[in-house]
Write a new protein. Structure first.
Length: 175
């Protein structure tokens, strides 16, 4: 990766190494068949985002910089219902994930907060050789607050709630 203008006191740097640990996510789930057509699903888990807290930048020919984001492990849970009859079905679900960082440690570059997700799908089989599905997820991010002091300067602000809508569909055909 090429970089320029990294600061007046640093020597010229042409490359840097970024250390990145993806967090593990232990999770457990249960399903309960209500009827022949309806099934209820539950899941819960944890994301070890505290492993993601320390980000290390190693500038070749310069110093190593470690950014501690003070992230904690996040918890999540969800519930969903699926209904399938003959060649068509639908499902809907709701999930929640806690914030991995407190307001006083949250930063502008990763202003994450709690997350709610509402999802639904509809699928059907048109013939023995083709199937179709449509689905969507609405993600609702919390109203992120930042209140921290960096180099003696205090920054305090509130972001509005953010929403992201994902829509998709599939068409399957067996040759």
């Amino acid at each position: 990766m090429k970089s320029r203008n990294l600061g007046a006191l640093t020597p010229p740097v042409n490359s840097m190494d970024i250390s990145w640990d993806n967090p593990q996510t232990p999770e457990a789930g249960l399903s309960y068949k209500l009827t022949d057509e309806k099934t209820l699903f539950f899941n819960a888990g944890r994301e070890d985002l505290s492993d993601f807290s320390d980000n290390e930048l190693d500038f070749t020919g310069a110093a190593v910089v470690t950014l501690d984001r003070n992230w904690e492990d996040a918890r999540h849970s969800g519930i969903a219902l699926a209904h399938i009859v003959n060649r068509e079905g639908y499902s809907a679900g709701l999930s929640y994930e806690s914030s991995p960082v407190d307001d006083d440690h949250r930063t502008f570059d990763l202003p994450v907060d709690e997350l709610y997700r509402l999802s639904a799908t509809y699928s059907w089989t048109g013939s023995q050789r083709q199937d179709f599905s449509l689905g969507g997820s609405l993600m609702m991010f919390g109203d992120t607050s930042i209140d921290n002091t960096v180099h003696g300067v205090r920054v305090e602000c509130d972001f509005d709630s953010n929403y992201v809508l994902f829509l998709g569909g599939t068409l399957g055909f067996v040759f």
